[in-house]
Design a protein around this ligand. Structure first.
Ligand code: PLP
Length: 471
């Protein structure tokens, strides 16, 4: 109860002292005057005003009006160890005093990046012993492109240039990330996309599977990869990149037949398999990496978000031995960022990974909270006529809003219904994300069973309210 509950009053007790004390209206006016938000319609946002989030603890956020909000999305799927971790703050503080910055370009290195690489080699799947650092998931995928091309040049097959990804996949918002991603609305605003990237259809059974069983459909969609490789010529194809489960695309879990077939095809045609684990990594499904849940073996792993639990920005690419050996033998790798392996970010990442490992958090997601969350959601929403499917594993779930469950008929204006439901969540102090006609949850991995009860009952309330309005 550190926040003054009177509307418009931003309580002194919640302030670090870093910034001047202002009312909500003052924050909103300044925000509207000077801040362009990501993925937002600024005109309408400036009219409604943004919600000002002022502090957080565990799985809860507080806004400047004193509302306590349960964060069902762990920020943007990233605050895996939960908010308010003093040990991470202390590590960052000490590292800033000791060595706030130094680069790793010109024959230099430093203890935080060395320790992080060593620790990542311990927690990553067998064969992943090398890591390249950047600041975000998007930069991670830009780096994957660079590595893929360098690899094929190094092994004497420079013609292998095409990278295949999926429609409705998300790989970030840099030009390369947006080009790799399959979001039509992003491509429309990117007249200059990166070349040599082609998209195949996604393994979204509920929406696109028609009369096939999920297993048949999974195989069919995986075999589109083979068809595309044959069309382009295997000698011209460098890599396939995909999220083990699509996150921003709606928490789409592919049928069980999908990934084994993708892997078979990549191996048959000598194509690198790149897993984008920006959301799936660091415990989300109850495994360290989501591809371990699906049982395939990638050549590169893009990491970000849970790498530092969002406390400071950092991304990385894990490179398996085959690719790393070629890269190391190839000579100069002309790629790097001022903040590659930033000491403060690396120190926080080390402390964050130790919390995940030593606190047994990922095992807990696998054995306790994950199964409890999945079961509770299904039980709670069983009677809701809108919810046609719940996809998920561990602490991530996507709920499909449907006009008719039996025939899997989707609403013509599905996106509107998603937003309607999200507005109820907003009004009821629950963060649940809407992606078109799917509602998404991905809470911090520290969530307890009783907090899951609260999360699920709020989600049920908002989904029931949406169903009632539709009559
Ligand atoms: N890849 C995936 C799978 C993501 O979900 C995201 C972000 O949500 C990204 C890449 C881009 O990461 P960032 O926003 O850190 O650039």
């Amino acid at each position: 109860n550190v926040i003054d509950n009177r509307p418009g009053v931003y309580a002194e007790a919640s302030q670090s002292g870093n910034f001047a004390r202002r009312t909500t209206a003052e924050w909103q006016a300044l925000d509207a005057a000077h801040h362009i938000h990501p993925f937002s319609d600024m005109g309408s946002l400036n009219k409604s005003g943004s919600r000002v989030i002022t502090k957080a603890e565990g799985v809860y956020l507080w806004d400047s009006e004193g509302n306590k909000i349960i964060d069902g999305m762990a920020g943007l799927w990233c605050v895996n160890v939960g908010y308010g971790r003093k040990e991470l703050a202390e590590v960052a503080y000490k590292q800033m005093l000791e060595l706030p910055y130094y680069n790793t370009f010109f024959k230099t290195t430093h203890p935080p990046v060395i320790e992080l690489s060593n620790l990542l080699a311990e927690v990553s799947p067998k064969g992943f012993e090398h890591f390249f650092y950047c600041n975000s998931g998007s930069e991670g995928n830009d780096t994957v492109l660079r590595i893929v091309h360098q690899y094929w040049a190094a092994v004497g097959k420079p013609a292998k240039k095409y990278v295949i990804s999926r429609k409705n996949g998300y790989h970030g918002s840099t030009i390369a990330g947006g080009s790799l991603g399959g979001m039509g609305y992003m491509h429309e605003q990117m007249p200059s996309q990166v070349g040599n990237i082609v998209h195949i259809n996604q393994p979204y059974w509920f929406g696109e599977g028609e009369d096939l069983t999920p297993e048949e459909f999974g195989l069919k969609r995986a075999q589109e990869l083979e068809a595309k490789i044959l069309e382009l010529g295997a000698e011209n194809v460098a890599a396939f990149i995909g999220e083990p489960f699509q996150g921003a695309g709606g928490v789409i879990f592919p049928p069980s037949t999908y990934w084994p077939e993708i892997q078979r095809i990549c191996r048959k045609y000598d194509i690198l398999l790149c897993a984008d684990e920006v959301i799936g990594g660091f415990g989300r499904t109850g495994e360290w990496f989501a591809h371990q849940h699906f049982g395939f073996e990638p050549d590169t792993i893009t990491m970000a978000k849970g790498l530092t639990s969002g406390y400071v920005p950092m991304g990385a690419v894990g490179i398996n031995r085959k690719v790393a050996d070629a890269l190391i033998a190839a000579g100069d790798f002309n790629h790097g960022l001022t903040y590659s392996g930033h000491p403060v970010a690396a120190a926080v990442a080390v402390a964050n990974i130790k919390i995940l490992r030593e606190g047994g958090l990922i095992d807990n997601v696998k054995n306790v909270t994950g199964p409890y969350f999945q079961k509770s959601l299904r039980e709670a929403l069983d009677g809701n006529p809108l919810v046609g499917e719940i996809a998920g594993q561990g602490l991530v779930a996507g709920m499909q809003l449907t006009e008719d469950k039996a025939t899997r008929k989707r609403f013509a204006n599905g996106g509107d219904i998603g937003l309607q439901c999200r507005d109820h969540c907003f009004g009821n102090n629950l963060i649940m994300r809407a992606t078109g006609d799917r509602m998404l949850l991905s809470p911090p991995l520290v969530i307890t069973k009783s907090e899951i009860d609260e999360l699920v009952s709020k989600a049920k309330y908002c989904l029931d309210l949406t169903a009632k309005e539709l009559g």
